[in-house]
Design a protein around this ligand. Structure first.
Ligand code: NOJ
Length: 550
């Protein structure tokens, strides 16, 4: 009897201890925002700013932090809750900043550290989080590490890069060999991109520690997360076998998605997790869902860019729908939804046949379907591609490389220009069009790249005054998305393609919305009697969109 009472008391005590532990665990997780599935980045509409092209405050023709700070009210008004800044660290800009020379410094073109701090503070004041591009696959050859590394085989930075006596057959993504001979030590170094962008050696623990230092430096500065550049390209396993060739094209079997990539990602994620509420989106260089999905998990990347969906070359409603279904089936967390970036031609030309209604219908899809939307600057006003008319007009290293390779192959200058323009990424990088004033109100000086002459009618000022403009439609829809939890967290109850319409119903916490995006012909809908239209109309135009509750 006595021992039973004692046992009961002991059980009660154990139970209390469990309760207390559970309470504290719950509290600490709650503080980190991890008690539920709720995270700021699942609620946010992101906006990508291509640094050189957004807003120039000092008339040097390049965008800068001060310019961007002056546009934060615009972004707040648009409803943006997250900004992705393309790389702004010190760089000779062979690849417009994706060739970093100093990971701890703001490039003077964009201002200084105080300008960055002020931008971040002002963004935070407006409820906008900011993530930055982080390029960890390669550095500029101007980087101090590389300059030291090349001096001698014994240099303490030698191991930061990949040196070999003989190159293998691996090709650069910009075209040509991925190897360059350096005469100082008569060895070749490996560069997956331009020869001025040397690949970092992720087999070196010292390099890995340096990367962690860089991440902490910017996290301490208050950055809300990172967009990791070509993160599945990291060279973690050294130089292995030659790549095979199929139909005259090299297959990147051995140089990318190496075995150690996940281990490297785990280190990056653990470092970022030392800080609360931060976010990582990874650029995985692939449009295959099987490749993309393997990197998205709690210990690797929060989300990946879904190029299976975002980078489709030509418009096809069936293809878009199939990719939506495939993301639903394959992704264990949220997919990302976008159709544009600084590496792709603009949506308006690529997918929307220069039709603002169609461009908006595509945007409506990304803002209402299940996933995290990323808007590329200027999409909200329907910005279009620019085209280089001469070789001299090409700024992009990829465009230039293809031009030179075409000439080497014996092509005429006109043919080489055509080929270069196929690969030229300048198309979507022209200055943001703010007004009908000179240079679209982007800069008082000569712009680093040409502006699209359509700025006189396609600009923020003009479109703000037109009630039904694409810009005002964006504002309305983003506001809805920001207000409706069901658009942020809702699961699909239904997802269907019918007569060129994409239809879905999403539900969350007892709430439900229906969306129809019509890429087919005009039609009149018969809605349930209790339907409450949130946006759009029953007269569903071709490229029209409707969202309603019932
Ligand atoms: C992907 C970036 O988006 C692209 O602009 C760049 O050229 C390559 N990575 C190399 O850093």
């Amino acid at each position: 009897m006595h021992s039973l009472k004692y046992k009961l008391q002991e059980m009660k005590f154990t139970f209390k201890v469990i309760l207390v532990i559970a309470f504290f665990l719950f509290k600490s997780n709650f503080a980190k925002g991890q008690n539920t599935d709720q995270k700021w980045w699942k609620e946010a509409v992101f906006y990508q700013i291509y640094m050189p092209s957004y807003a120039d405050s000092n008339g040097d023709g390049y965008g800068d932090f001060k310019g961007m700070t002056s546009k934060l009210d615009y972004l707040q008004n648009l409803g943006v809750k997250g900004i992705w800044l393309t790389t702004f660290l010190t760089s000779p800009k062979v690849d417009n900043g994706y060739d970093i020379a100093n990971y701890y410094e703001v490039d003077p073109t964009y201002g200084n550290r105080a300008d960055f701090d002020l931008f971040l503070k002002e963004a935070h004041k407006r409820g906008i989080k900011v993530i930055m591009d982080m390029v960890l696959n390669h550095s500029s050859t101007d980087c101090k590490w590389f300059q030291e590394s090349r001096k001698s085989k014994e240099n303490k930075y030698r191991d930061y890069y990949i040196w070999k006596d003989k190159p293998n057959n691996w090709e650069s993504f910009f075209g040509g060999s991925a190897w360059e001979k350096d005469l100082l030590t008569n060895q070749y170094y490996y560069h997956k991109f331009d020869k001025k962008m040397a690949d970092l050696n992720w087999s070196s623990p010292v390099l890995v520690a340096e990367v962690q230092k860089i991440l902490r430096f910017w996290l301490d500065a208050g950055i809300d997360g990172f967009r990791l550049d070509v993160i599945n390209f990291l060279n973690t396993d050294g130089i292995t076998a030659d790549n095979p060739t199929k139909d005259g094209k090299q297959e990147h079997i051995n140089d990318i998605d190496q075995k150690g990539v996940k281990k490297a990602m785990r280190i990056i994620k653990a470092t970022v997790n030392e800080y609360e509420n931060r976010f990582i989106v990874g650029e995985i260089g692939s449009d295959k869902i099987e490749v993309l999905k393997q990197y998205q998990s709690e210990d690797l990347l929060d989300v990946v860019f879904n190029f299976n969906f975002g980078s489709i070359r030509d418009f096809s409603v069936k293809r878009i729908f199939d990719e939506m279904q495939s993301m639903e089936k394959n992704m264990n967390s949220y997919p990302t939804l976008f159709f544009g970036s600084h590496d792709m031609p603009r949506i308006m030309n690529r997918l929307a046949d220069n039709n603002p209604d169609k461009a908006f219908a595509l945007a409506a899809l990304t803002l209402t379907a299940k996933g995290i939307p990323f808007i590329y600057y200027g999409e909200e006003i329907g910005m279009q591609n620019i085209t280089a008319n001469t070789f001299q007009e090409i700024v992009d290293v990829q465009g230039k490389t293809h031009y030179e390779l075409a000439l080497e192959k014996g092509k005429k200058a006109t043919e080489a220009l055509l080929e270069a323009n196929e690969h030229n990424r300048d198309k979507s990088r022209s200055p943001m069009q703010w007004s009908a004033e000179a240079n679209g109100g982007f800069s008082a000086g000569k712009t680093w790249i040409k502006i699209n002459p359509d700025y006189k009618k396609t600009n923020v000022n003009t479109l703000t005054t037109q009630k039904k403009s694409i810009l005002n439609q964006y504002k309305k829809l983003i506001a809805l998305r920001n207000n409706e939890k069901v658009l942020q967290y809702g699961k699909y109850d239904h997802l269907e393609l019918k007569d060129d319409q994409i239809l879905f119903t999403r539900s969350f916490d007892g709430d439900k919305v229906n969306v129809i995006i019509n890429f087919g012909t005009k039609r009149k809908l018969i809605l349930p009697a209790n339907a409450q239209i949130l946006m759009g109309s029953k007269e569903l135009e071709s490229n029209g969109f409707i969202m309603y509750r019932n």
